[in-house]
Structures are given as C-alpha cells and as structure tokens.
Design a protein around this ligand. Sequence first.
Ligand SMILES: [Zn+2]
Length: 240
Amino acid sequence: MSSAVWLRSRGLRALPVLFASVLVACTPRPSAPPPPPAPTAPTAPSERALPPVPPSAPPPTPEKLSDIERDAVLFTQWRAGHAADVEAFESFLTYEKVADVVPTYQLLRSASMWKECKAEPFEIPPSAMWPMVRDVLLLVRELRDQDVLSSVEVVSAYRDPRLNRCAGGAPGSSHQQFAIDIAPLDAETGRRLCAFWRQQGKGWNMGVSRYPTGRIHIDRTGYRTWGASHKRGSSYCLQE
Ligand SMILES: [Zn+2]
C-alpha cells in the first residue's frame, strides 16, 4: 500500500502517529542537525556574501526577481512523478493548518540555480524538516496578520546539501533545514519587516536578511540579521 493510500485510509487522526514514526524512523542527515534552541548572540550568517550594490545601481528588473519559469504549470508536470510524496507533504501541512499560507509549488522551489546545478526545479524536504516548514509558515502567516507583508512569493526554499554547495550556500545554510527566500519587497514593506524583526524577532527565533538583488531571506534557526557583507553590521535592518 502506498503511503498516500495509507494516509487516506487511516484518516487525519492517524497523522500524529504517522509523522511521529516517520520522524523516529528517519535519521537526520549529518549535515542538517536539529535547529538550536534559541541562540541569542548574533551568529555567522549562513549564505555566501554577495558584492554590495552601489547606491546608484538601477533596481533589478522584475523578471530577475520573481521566478516565472517554475510556475504552477511546471509544478503540475513535476508532481506527476512525485505524487505520493507531495501528497504526504501536503497532508502534513493540512494537519498542521498551514496549507493555505504559501502555494505548494512555491514552497517546494529548490535553488534558483537549479539548472546550472543540474538539480530538479522542485524538491520536497525530508520529513524530519517538516516541522521547520510549519514553523516558517506560521511566521509568514503572522507577518501577514500583522500587515507586515501583504503578498509573498517564495522563490527558493529547501536545498539538499549537494544543491546547497553547488548554489554557493555555506555548509551551515539554514536552507538545508528549511528557510525561504522571497521576492523583493518595496522599501516601506522592508522597513515594516525590520521593525517586526527588532520588536518580535527574538521570540520567533527569526533570521532575516536582504541580498543585493533585493531578495529577502527569512528563517527560524536563530535571531540574527546580516546583509551584503554577510556580517551583522551590513544588515539593512540595522541601518535605519
Ligand atoms: Zn536564503
């Protein structure tokens, strides 16, 4: 019996048992340890530094900021070959009541460099990471509920260790647990996001950064911020 059929036959009441057993059965990958409890000191940022954009640089074009290729149509084709796994992932999100926060096709987008890295356009995180997926989605929902963010397009999320290395991620990149990069925000939204991070980010164990392209990174693996130099001091959240 496939896991999807088993899921349907057992119903949602069986889900806690199922996922508990999945979590026990799946040994976490060595490169993806469980998240730290609640680091309070600024820690090293987790992704490669990119060169800063000069103040006079023109804003990036929208085509570079969102991901128009990895859309719902491409995802429909991809999921045909991963039907049972996608269904199990979505069942978990439904059980956790976070299935409506971000469309699945965005939530499963791998690295933006998936083609260069000969990876797949979408990737399902290992089940051991699903609680982190839930936790990030709860934060996104809170950001919406507080009118910090209105619309969110996730352009990159989980990356397995090989893809993370190829895409230039640091060995400890939070994308190997689960993190999201979202399409750039306008300046006012960026200010609201920083204000949220300063006032409430610690309680959410929230990491936030903005890359020179304007892309925003959000995770829940530690209360920290960084910017173009990959150091705390370069964070746009500390420059206001
Ligand atoms: Zn990121």
